[in-house]
Design a protein around this ligand. Sequence first.
Ligand SMILES: Cc1cc2nc3c(=O)[nH]c(=O)nc-3n(C[C@H](O)[C@H](O)[C@H](O)COP(=O)(O)OP(=O)(O)OC[C@H]3O[C@@H](n4cnc5c(N)ncnc54)[C@H](O)[C@@H]3O)c2cc1C
Length: 211
Amino acid sequence: LEVTLVWHTPDPEFQCALAARRCYSSKPYSELVEELRSNPARVQELLRRVIDVDKALDVIEHAVFMFHVEGLSRVTSHQLVRHRHFSFDQTSQRVVNVLKEDFIIPEDVKKDPELLEEWKNLWEHSKRVMEISLQKGIKKQDIRYASLQGSTTELVFTANARALMHFFYLRCSKEKGGYGGAQWEIQELADKMLDKVVSVCPTIFAKIVES
Ligand SMILES: Cc1cc2nc3c(=O)[nH]c(=O)nc-3n(C[C@H](O)[C@H](O)[C@H](O)COP(=O)(O)OP(=O)(O)OC[C@H]3O[C@@H](n4cnc5c(N)ncnc54)[C@H](O)[C@@H]3O)c2cc1C
């Protein structure tokens, strides 16, 4: 499972702090910028206040992040796309050759050699059915009905920090500050995404808040 942070709002914490400060000051834009540029600690203080005290998470909507994910199962992409404030694009099985997709076998299955063999047979059978269908001229949009939910997919998606905070709360592991009840693969995805955004927004994502 490969997660790439493709792009994010430049200087995201500064922009969010600027939005927060706008609420409490009548200074013109240039003075607000100067006030915050000359005092980075003030940026952190403002952000913690709006998140922890005011619960004004609209302020962090000004920070936007675009991700690329590959090697995620379609089981988990179904769960991911339930997050309605994210914007998605996903590889189309109507267009790409589904035979090129990989297949995820859960670790617990791998521990049982006999069961693992059954899973591998299932995957081989699914691939064979798709291959024969392709040779017989069946359209890709129909062949995909024979693909398995464990097949891997690629997506790009964009989300703001508020939508991410909610996602991290629901989907991250307990160790990372989520509530820890989500399924293992989406936990792995959420934890990896959190690591990426913490590196650019250490104050906003210093802790996951229930939102
Ligand atoms: C452990 C776990 C188990 C799950 N099991 C199932 C399951 O068995 N079956 C299943 O179908 N789903 C399941 N889900 C998915 C879950 O029900 C949500 O669809 C998913 O977590 C998205 O979160 P969300 O609904 O809070 O909203 P998001 O889409 O992430 O939106 C964030 C917030 O925006 C607000 N919002 C968004 N859209 C609306 C709207 N139309 N009206 C009002 N407010 C809105 C809400 O406050 C919402 O919490 C599960 C999720 C988890 C974490």
